[in-house]
Design a protein around this ligand. Structure first.
Ligand code: AKG
Ligand code: FE2
Length: 312
């Protein structure tokens, strides 16, 4: 089984708007992908491979610095947002039954210019590059959300009016740059992965990967399907709040990142844009059912972080 690839040219970021008939075609394709597997590659979105490569280079320059230069930017050291900042390797367990994930991350949740950013030496340009990429991802996710509302015959504003505050303190949407260092097999703990089995927490995720591979998605029939990087595309997936919102019509599939084969010392990178509804939005099942109790977007996320980082 291969994950579907859909051409998004009709609603590319360079297009002002999308024509009705094209919107219709796109909606049908996204609906099929999101109800069957929850993952779809979009090509011709307007976010170029050159831009993705550049963001990854700037990120890698930061990650390759000695620990003491990264420490001052640690997650939890920012008063504006608990999730913003650098996460060291083995700190997070996306599958709490496995040892810590073999990855480092930098979460960008606040776009406030007055907070501390990596800025000197190897990190020159880090802030500007990542803020600009955040804005492009924001524009693209709003377009995808509009197509999704159309695909469900809902008010076109239903997801847009609940994602108005992306990039502000009242929304937890995060651009997360991930760096998977070379794996030393002798030091790997039993069951340890680059990224344990999990589903994402928010509404949707946009994912850009470097070429090394390792990402797998669990299909409905219970098999893992590989989700390689396809240059020039973005992989979009449904996350848990969207599955609740749509009463399980759209599926939030479990996925993971495996270790490279023994003897392969390559690194890996990815850029994940985790889209969340505004913190105060109450998520209730869109079909009017009570399959899931209403939950506030911000409260739901705090619960999920407690699971993946451990309760303090
Ligand atoms: O690095 C990847 O390709 C996927 C990472 C991921 O699934 C996540 O951080 O939620
Ligand atoms: Fe994920």
């Amino acid at each position: 089984m291969n994950l579907p690839v859909v051409d998004f040219s009709a609603f590319n970021l360079n297009e002002k708007d999308v024509m009705d008939d094209q919107l219709h075609v796109l909606s049908k394709k996204l609906k099929t992908a999101f109800t069957e597997i929850g993952f779809v590659y979009l090509k011709n979105t307007g976010i170029t491979q050159e831009e993705v490569d550049h963001v990854m280079t700037m990120s890698k320059n930061f990650f390759l610095q000695p620990e003491e230069l990264k420490q001052p930017f640690s997650r939890k050291s920012y008063a504006v947002n608990v999730n913003h900042g650098w996460v060291s390797s083995e700190t997070e367990r996306l599958n709490p039954r496995r040892p810590g994930d073999l990855k480092e991350a930098f979460n960008i949740t606040s776009l406030r210019t007055d907070i501390k950013w990596p800025s000197s030496g190897a990190a020159t340009g880090f802030k500007e590059t990542h803020i600009s990429f955040f804005q492009h991802c924001k524009e693209l996710c709003l377009r995808v959300l509009r197509v999704m509302a159309h695909s469900l015959d809902l008010d076109p504003e239903v997801f847009l009016s609940t994602h108005r505050l992306i990039g502000s303190e009242e929304n937890d949407t995060t651009l997360r740059s991930l760096y998977y260092p070379p794996v030393n097999r002798e030091k790997v703990k039993e069951g340890q992965l680059r990224c344990g089995e999990h589903s994402d927490y928010g509404s949707i995720t946009l994912l850009f990967q470097s070429h090394e591979g390792g990402l797998q998605v669990l299909s409905r029939s219970g098999e893992y399907v590989s989700a390689p990087s396809i240059p020039g595309t973005v992989l979009v997936n449904i996350a848990d709040l969207m599955q609740r919102w749509t009463s399980d019509l759209f599926v939030s599939s479990v996925h993971r990142v495996l270790l490279p084969p023994a003897g392969d010392c390559s690194t890996r990178q990815s850029l994940a844009f985790f889209v969340h509804p505004d913190t105060d939005v109450l998520i209730t099942c869109i079909d009017g059912s009570n399959k899931y109790p209403p939950v506030k977007s911000g409260d739901y996320l705090i619960e999920r972080f407690n699971d993946s980082y451990g309760r303090e």
